[in-house]
Design a protein around this ligand. Sequence first.
Ligand code: ADP
Length: 273
Amino acid sequence: STARIPQLSGNDEISDLARQFNGMLDQIQQYIEQQKQFVGDVSHELRTPIAVIQGHLQLLNRWGKDDPEVLAESLAAATQETARMNNLIEEMLQLTRAEQVEIKTVHEQTNVQAVISQSVDNIQMLHQDFAIQADVELAPQTFVRMNRNHLEQIIIILLDNAVKYSAARKEVLLSADSDQQHVNIVVQDFGLGISPQDQQRIFDRFYRVDKARSRERGGNGLGLSIAFRLVKAYGGTLTVESVVDSGSQFKVSLPRDNGPISPENLPHQDDQS
Ligand code: ADP
């Protein structure tokens, strides 16, 4: 560990300064550890697709030129792994940006119902074999004070996971309600569930309960950490309740915007409601 100023026990200003200084050193040390962990994780994650591509290049080199089957298979695998690396790097960039610059919060009035129905439609479109149900008990004019894309990102991450980690029952339920202070959005699945130990770690970067399953579904352990940071940046909370082999429930709670309705959100003349 780093050099520290010897602990002074006095109540004077110098002892006080010494304590503050040591506190800062601890924080810096912790930050360095996090960065190391991050670089380590990234290198590890990139190693697998690179190894797969290398393997296929060797195959191609030996047999591929004469064997159309090997050629086709290796090219497809290399293409897929390249796409995976691309995704990974893109998300990592997003995450480092989010970490270093902090998330750029934008405080605009965002209609929760509109974002929910758009997100549900998007996920439903991508997974037509699923029933994505929405049970929204919100007045049409329920707002949060945050960037619309950020809210959409949070909801999509949760819906996407719910689909990814479902089992036989291809059903996902999104419910939403509000009180004076908060808007609550719950995404529930009836799939694999998460053990209590894992529940403590799933919001960490790169943490995946079942690496094989996550990878097979295009996951890399970043979604929930991004969602968590976003929710937190807007003063909300993201929590999980889950039972293994029964399903999971992710709950987002965001401060409600009770301010005057912005002009762009005023009901239009021709609106029915
Ligand atoms: P990934 O890209 O792997 O899905 P996330 O950060 O979104 O990364 O999630 C981290 C891990 O938490 C996942 O790998 C998975 O093991 C677990 N997880 C997330 N959502 C669910 C869910 N709805 N049901 C079961 N497990 C989940």
